[in-house]
Design a protein around this ligand. Structure first.
Ligand code: FAD
Length: 318
């Protein structure tokens, strides 16, 4: 079923969902099942699986020269989605990127998903390759998520890249896109970012999932702005419970979001990471309850491979 159909069917009741990362290359799929199993009691109607593009690795050769290699550290998004749908009968939402994909690659990726019975995708631009500062699209690729949404919408109408193809079969993907309550790091302002977000909706996206945030006021202000701009699709808040002191610096650096002073001060005073984890869980429970009271359709948790703190939150909220 599509994410939007799950939301309609819930008839106003907030749903529980979460995102997982494929394991590092060399590990097996059991680690994924181990992180999903404890969360199944909260009946997630869909589970997101992130996509990780290639990185450059440099290996020193005996002659002192460096050999540049392209590596994919976390392959397996499509296989994991298929396994989730088979094992749990829960819809999987693979993330799909512009970065590292030509339009032809994208089309073939979507064909695989369609053949596997996957009905949902989260369409993203992706970040720059790790060793580079700015995002560079592939030569024959999509530059922005809005263009990727157009390509998927075209396929949903049976329009393939090769216009010589005849009697084509149309796909039927429900397309989600990313939104940023504290604006995307490259956007000159929140207003321009929302302007581009609106384009993704115009091109066919049916819902928005937000970047993590720790201050609900930012989410409410963002939602108000989106509604004023005429964006009417469901906006799903993304939440992450903080679990270590290190994350006080890592999260703002990696995701370009602010942490409220009250949360930061509590964490600074915590005696160890066990105490930090408890603070993160309680903060996330309070955020979740307030968001549900405001009428959000789904709460989406960033599990980042660890399910025990998400389970502790969900047990209090769902
Ligand atoms: P876009 O919507 O294309 O926007 C990127 C930037 O370009 C923004 O600043 C926007 O304002 C601007 N912009 C858009 N259109 C135009 C235009 N026409 N002209 C000028 N500027 C424009 N990354 C991964 O690698 N794998 C994942 O699985 C993944 N999952 C994610 C899930 C969620 C819910 C979120 C919020 C992010 C995720 N990301 C993931 C990170 C994401 O790829 C990055 O944040 C990326 O930098 C932007 O992606 P986007 O789809 O928002 O890009």
């Amino acid at each position: 079923m599509k994410v939007t159909e799950h939301i309609e069917k819930a008839n106003g009741k907030a749903l529980f969902s979460f995102e997982i990362l494929p394991p590092l290359k060399g590990q097996n799929i059991q680690s994924i099942f181990d992180s999903i199993d404890p969360l199944m009691e909260f009946k997630p109607p869909f589970i997101d699986v992130t996509y990780h593009r290639e990185e450059y690795a440099f290996k020193e050769l005996p002659n002192g020269l460096l050999e540049k290699k392209i590596v994919k550290k976390r392959p397996g998004t499509v296989g994991i989605c298929s396994a989730i749908q088979n094992k749990y009968q829960v819809d999987a939402v693979p993330h799909i990127l512009c970065g590292g994909f030509t339009k032809e690659d994208t089309e073939n990726f979507l064909i695989d998903l369609d053949f596997l019975g996957i009905k949902n995708v989260l369409a993203l631009r992706g970040d720059a390759v790790k060793s580079e500062i700015y995002f560079r699209p592939e030569k024959e690729g999509n530059e922005y998520a809005a263009e990727l949404v157009t390509q998927i919408s075209n396929l949903n109408r049976g329009v393939y890249l090769d216009d010589d193809l005849q009697n084509t079969s149309a796909t039927d993907f429900c397309i989600g896109v990313a939104g940023y309550p504290e604006k995307h790091m490259e956007a000159p302002s929140l207003d321009t970012d929302i302007y581009h977000l609106k384009q993704k909706i115009k091109n066919g996206a049916a819902y928005i999932v937000t970047q993590m945030f720790f201050d609900n006021k930012k989410f409410f202000a963002f939602t108000d702005k989106c509604r004023k701009e005429g964006i009417t699709v469901p906006i799903i808040p993304g939440l992450k419970p903080i679990s270590t002191k290190k994350q006080l610096n890592q999260i703002p650096h990696r995701f370009k979001v602010d942490l409220p002073d009250a949360l930061v001060m509590e964490i600074i005073k915590a005696k160890d990471n066990e105490a930090v984890k408890q603070i993160g869980i309680e903060w996330c429970i309070a955020q979740s309850k307030e968001l549900i009271a405001s009428g959000i359709p789904v709460l989406h948790y960033y599990s980042m491979g660890k399910s025990d703190n998400i389970k502790a939150v969900a047990a209090e909220v769902f």
